[in-house]
Design a protein around this ligand. Structure first.
Ligand code: GDP
Length: 288
């Protein structure tokens, strides 16, 4: 995955998104429910000012249910409509359409006062890479969607996808850039696998995960690997994981890096259980 994070690209992408925003009524922002804050760029608050707003807490199948409910309340507190979804599972998307109508109530009412009936809501899906934008669009739009072609007043090249009678989607990548200034954000995004493991090496990433799990989900490592972790250092625990999973190098030494990769894969696939890496009450949550 290629993240465009250097300023030139960011400025250009931001300008393009600002232009696109002029065309739309509703911003549908996808975030990763395991890191709802770290997986969003707060610039969207400026970019989407004056628009109806909606946040989809995606990958909620992997996140801690209790924390997801608290995050939903946190966004709602800010006047943003929220639905928790698993974009791969159509059943979880049923609520989305009615929440869209709800989020756009004012626009629909304004149209009606002007005698405009049934003008479709124009929306745009945005989010940082890997939060599930394409998966969501494919599941939500299904096969029924069709490109509507250009219309008068619409910037040349902008394609609209007709999702249903009441909804049109602007066909743009809608890519926001992650906030790399904050080390913790980079760390959390690396843990969920949204950026290449370049920020830290895999061993260090695994240690950070182990420290976090020990603190917030202390039973997880003992349940998954049958380990006693109380009072043990992360590096020691990782070696133990290498031992119980028989991660060995040719000469018989422990292959700690393989154990690190295995632990991270388990976490990312939800095999350690449903885990959220940050809490709304403690927004500066450190993973380590
Ligand atoms: P995009 O870069 O925002 O368009 O993200 P994609 O739609 O390509 O999704 C990135 C990865 O996340 C893919 O492997 C998807 O299968 C996976 N994914 C998307 N939504 C979900 C979800 O709700 N739950 C889980 N477990 N995986 C998801």
């Amino acid at each position: 995955m290629n993240i465009q994070w250097y300023p030139g690209h960011m400025t250009k992408a931001k300008r393009a998104m600002k232009e696109d925003m002029k065309l739309i009524d509703l911003v549908i922002e996808l975030v990763d429910a395991r890191v709802p804050l770290s997986s969003r760029n707060p610039d969207i608050d400026d970019l989407g000012a004056g628009k109806a707003r909606m946040v989809l807490l995606n990958k909620s199948d992997l996140a801690d249910e209790g924390q997801t409910a608290r995050w939903a309340a946190w966004f709602e507190d800010k006047g943003i409509h929220v639905v928790k979804i698993d974009a791969r599972n159509k059943g979880t998307l049923k609520q989305v359409q009615s929440v869209i109508q709800d989020a756009c109530k004012e626009k629909i009412e304004r149209d009606r006062r002007r005698g405009i009936l049934n003008r479709p809501i124009r929306t745009m899906v945005v989010g940082i890479p890997n939060v599930g934008k394409s998966t969501f669009i494919n599941s939500f739009a299904g096969k029924a969607c069709a490109k509507t072609g250009n219309k008068p007043g619409v910037t040349k090249g902008n394609q609209w996808i007709r999702l249903n009678k009441t909804l049109e989607l602007l066909d743009t990548p809608g890519i926001l850039w992650p906030r790399f200034e904050d080390q913790q954000v980079g760390l959390k995004l690396a843990l969920i696998g949204s950026i290449n493991d370049q920020i830290l090496n895999k061993d260090e990433l695994a240690w950070e995960l182990i420290r976090f799990l020990k603190k917030r989900y202390p039973q997880v490592l003992s349940e998954r690997f049958g380990l006693e972790t109380e009072g043990k250092e992360a590096a020691f625990i990782l070696e133990e994981i290498a031992r119980v999973r028989a991660c060995l190098l040719k000469g018989g030494d422990l292959d700690v890096s393989r154990a690190a990769a295995l632990l991270l894969d388990d976490f990312r696939a939800g095999k350690l259980g449903r885990i959220t890496l940050e809490e709304p009450e403690n927004q500066k949550d450190k993973v380590g």
